[in-house]
Design a protein around this ligand. Structure first.
Ligand code: SF4
Length: 216
């Protein structure tokens, strides 16, 4: 009876449950991090995002952190009032404003960008080949969600014009980054790289097939 019930659960569900548990842990950590700062987790996320990406409009912030525009606007208004952000004219569009971190905002963003030691320790405890498989699996899941329009386009190797997958005859470091002109392995695949530049959409499919071909 129990075995029959277990069979009805698709095997992917266990991975989804595992991801949900890690998501819950991260949300708890965000609230702990926010405790005592007079900022909410959403406000800290905005500061960390601006520190990574530079001045940005509120629409881009809402899209990236996965909240509605009114929610992002409220958080931004609070951050401006508290002196963490300031609005300046967007040099690319005179009618729009871009949000900039103040010195106070930069300090808070640095603190918000620190990952919990326990999480880094748990990842570090994985064997190198487990870390490689994990990074590869995450890359594939994120790209799949991107393609379905569930998450915004990420600054990841898979969509970067500098990415040369499986360019080297080296099982440990098969890929090449043409930006830094260096070989790297799956464990070093980037999911948010500051040097990312989008590849030509017409070429992304071929690049992806070359990357995924190593699974066959
Ligand atoms: S520039 Fe960054 S995203 Fe692009 S291939 Fe190199 S490491 Fe990957």
């Amino acid at each position: 009876m129990q075995i029959a019930a277990m069979r009805q659960v698709p095997p992917q569900a266990d991975i989804a449950i595992g991801l949900a548990k890690i998501g819950t842990y991260l949300r708890t950590q965000q609230w702990r991090q926010a405790d005592g700062t007079a900022l909410t987790p959403t406000q800290l996320q905005i500061l960390a995002y601006l520190a990574a990406r530079g001045p940005t409009r509120v629409t881009a912030i809402a899209l990236e952190i996965g909240v509605t525009q009114p929610t992002a606007s409220d958080a931004v208004t609070a951050l401006v009032r508290k002196g963490h952000l300031e609005r300046q004219a967007d040099p690319t569009d005179a009618r729009a404003t871009a949000l900039h971190l103040t010195t106070k905002g930069q300090q808070a963003a640095r603190a918000a960008a620190v990952w919990p030691d326990a999480l880094l320790g748990a990842i570090g405890a994985l064997a190198p080949d487990e870390q490689s498989a994990f990074a590869r699996g995450l890359t594939k899941m994120i790209r799949s969600l991107q393609e379905r329009g569930e998450i915004p386009v990420q600054r990841m190797c898979a969509t970067c014009r500098f990415f040369r997958p499986n360019a080297h005859d080296d099982a440990k470091r098969p890929h090449h980054c043409a930006f830094v002109d260096a070989a790297f392995g799956d464990a070093a695949l980037r999911l948010d790289c500051g040097d990312h530049e989008p590849a030509d959409p017409n070429e992304q499919g071929a690049v992806w097939r070359r990357f995924a071909s190593a699974d066959g």
